[in-house]
Design a protein around this ligand. Structure first.
Ligand SMILES: Nc1ncnc2c1ncn2[C@@H]1O[C@H](COP(=O)(O)OP(=O)(O)OP(=O)(O)O)[C@@H](O)[C@H]1O
Length: 250
């Protein structure tokens, strides 16, 4: 997997502003995601998480600020900037009528990966999410958790060093949720992947190990290590720290 040159963060968001008409969805938001780190983007519904993902992936263009991916400005060098990026959007984007393998092959061909290499990578990534034996099944037959696992396998086929996931556990039961998070954490640990995981579910944050970015009503309320967040708020849990931060804001 391509590593970021020293000093260049996989994701560096600077002063992002975006408004839908007159309503500001993001107002001066900036933070970095470092290699090998699980960074949780925590915010309630409407905080601006999906807008931030749309800006970071080039679906929307910021009205102020910039997006740097591995040091490449997304506006100036979109090809280079996006080459090292994998994304799992909030709405699943698999074709339900194709098999798991067909979905992945299609994605690999979009990335210019040859057939033999694609087959090798598909097998390896499906193996990693324990879905290799389901490769020939149509996606429609899979449950929500398994579909999400396939989306993660797909997002990693071109070997990105940064993975963005927008509320990937929505609709999953607790067991599937925990399994998915454990898998993504292992990708950070074992492959040095930089991860930005958007969620409104506080229990998805590891209070001892994660970096936490708190977004509320389009503004950044915190960007620090989880233990620092707790210490600064004098809180004993992330939930308490979050409540105290957002109460001050309101
Ligand atoms: N296409 C749109 N047109 C107008 N307003 C929008 C649009 N998309 C989002 N918004 C508004 O922008 C703000 C941020 O929305 P966004 O979807 O980015 O938040 P979010 O944190 O992802 O929330 P959710 O978890 O509900 O998806 C909200 O007030 C929302 O109503």
């Amino acid at each position: 997997m391509p590593a970021s040159p020293p000093g260049l963060a996989p994701l560096d968001l600077q002063g992002l502003r975006y408004a839908y008409g007159r309503r500001a969805a993001l107002d001066g938001v900036g933070f970095r995601v470092e290699p090998g780190r699980f960074t949780a983007l925590l915010g309630p519904n409407g905080a601006g998480k999906s807008t931030l993902f749309a800006l970071a992936t080039g679906l929307l263009v910021p009205q102020a600020g910039r997006v740097l991916l591995h040091g490449h400005d997304l506006a100036a060098e979109p090809g280079k900037a996006l080459a090292g990026l994998g994304v799992v959007f909030q709405q699943p984007t698999l074709d339900l009528d194709l098999t798991v393998a067909q979905n992945l092959r299609y994605f690999a061909s979009l990335h210019g990966i040859g057939r033999t290499e694609a087959a090798r990578r598909i097998e390896a990534e499906l193996e990693r999410v324990e879905m290799a034996d389901r490769a020939g099944e149509t996606v429609r037959r899979l449950n929500g958790g398994h579909r999400r696992r396939v989306e993660i396998a797909r997002a990693l086929l071109h070997r990105p060093s940064l993975l963005l996931l927008d509320e990937p556990t929505v609709g999953l039961d607790r067991k599937a949720r925990l399994a998915l998070i454990a898998h993504v954490r292992s990708l950070c640990r074992d492959r040095g992947l930089a991860v930005l995981w958007a969620t409104h579910l506080i229990d998805e944050i590891d209070p001892a190990a994660d970096r936490v970015v708190v977004l509320h009503r389009g503004r950044l309320l915190a960007d620090c290590e989880a233990p620092e967040l707790l210490a600064a708020a004098g809180a004993s849990s992330v939930a308490e720290a979050f409540d105290s931060l957002t109460r001050e804001e309101e």
